[in-house]
Design a protein around this ligand. Structure first.
Ligand code: BGC
Length: 360
């Protein structure tokens, strides 16, 4: 039995509350099991074999999100344009893939056939090719299609229509271009709808891209504890993703988009034994689910917003990254050069501590 499975059992027995995938573990109960944390450290140090998966997907390991670039309503509006040199920087730093969030929906017509603006398509091509030329895997991720969450019934046809064009467009691209169907489905796009839609969009993509790796994730913002609601289609070329920003009050302290409350979270620290045990428990749950489903896992986003203390950010990022690796998950840091940035584009330097937290 794997080390993390034993750990889960210990936590489960001691906490006396068999948690379900839909119910995160209860904090106070965890406190009682955290007197001696040596076993947590041991979990990190003992290499755990990658999750066995029949999937024929290409291996990816360490990645970074090119966030706040092509998923802002128009590139540049959130302060960053993708630069070719960014790909050299991430390659040299030791990352092997880039997740590229793209807001296709603000660059496509509202009515059928939902034509994607050719100028925008060329720009995405340019960026994708910069990565491909450097032998980096690129995950083309459909990001911030907010109307899909607010009114999925009215937008489903457009969602499929946009994917049809993207799939056709990249069908002859090398296999290290991956597709991610939809970032963080949420709100009205519930599990039962999403499970239907993703089968439809996947079947359509398979007509032109029978073996391309496709990334899918659960509803409720790709939360780890909603994986159990995801019906994984029979398909050898799938990766399942989840995002991890817990505790949210810590990772999103001061985040302007997280509401006024988030200003009060400034100064929140992280790193107690109980908090570490909680992260381990969450990752164990994901690994156990993945093993049952025989799928590979991508931790597609994790990070701490830049208004938190740097030492604290480094501590959390190191721990979460180590947990991903010891559980056999690929990971992509959120994000390259903006509010969570591992790189400081105005100074033209990596934030050394954060980079080392990711690539020691
Ligand atoms: C969103 C970003 C946000 C990040 C952290 C991402 O999925 O697209 O806008 O900064 O999560 O909250």
């Amino acid at each position: 039995m794997r080390r993390f499975t034993i750990l889960s059992l210990i936590i489960l027995l001691l906490s006396g509350c068999g948690w379900s995938y839909a119910t995160p573990p209860v904090q106070p109960a965890l406190a009682s099991v955290t007197q001696d944390l040596s076993f947590v450290t041991a979990t990190v140090e003992i290499p755990i074999a990658p999750i066995p998966a029949s999937a024929s997907v290409q291996e990816i390991h360490r990645g970074v999100n090119f966030g706040n670039m092509l998923e802002s309503p128009n590139e540049g509006e959130w302060g960053l344009f993708v630069q070719e040199e960014y790909f050299d920087l991430v390659r040299e730093a030791g990352f092997d893939f880039v997740r590229l969030p793209v807001r296709w929906n603000t660059h496509a017509e509202q009515e059928w056939p939902y034509t994607i603006d050719p100028a925008f398509f060329s720009r995405v091509d340019e960026v994708v090719n910069w990565g491909v030329e450097r032998d980096l895997t690129i995950i083309v991720d459909f990001h911030h299609y907010e109307e899909m969450a607010w009114d999925p019934w009215s937008h489903k046809d457009r969602f499929l229509g946009i994917w049809e064009q993207v799939a056709e467009h990249y069908k002859n691209h090398p296999s290290n271009v991956f597709f991610e169907l939809l970032n963080e489905p949420n709100d009205q796009l519930n599990a039962s709808l999403w499970n239907q839609y993703l089968v439809e969009v996947l079947e359509m993509i398979r007509e032109t891209n029978p073996t391309r790796t496709v990334v899918i994730g659960p509803v409720n913002w790709n939360a780890y504890d909603w994986l159990s609601t995801l019906d994984v289609p029979e398909d050898e070329y799938l990766i399942v993703t989840f995002h991890y920003y817990l505790p949210f009050q810590f990772t999103h302290q001061g985040a302007e988009w997280a509401g006024e409350e988030a200003q009060k979270w400034l100064g929140t620290s992280w790193g107690s034994d109980a908090e570490k045990v909680e992260v381990v428990g969450h990752f164990d749950m994901v690994a156990e689910w993945a093993e049952r489903k025989n799928v590979r896992i991508l931790l597609g986003e994790f990070g701490v917003y830049g208004r938190a203390d740097m030492e604290q950010r480094i501590r959390w990022t190191t721990f979460v990254r180590e947990q991903a690796e010891s559980h056999g998950f690929a990971w992509a840091y959120w994000e390259f050069g903006s509010g969570f940035g591992a790189y400081d584009p105005s100074a033209g330097v990596w934030r050394d501590g954060l980079l080392k937290a990711l690539i020691p």
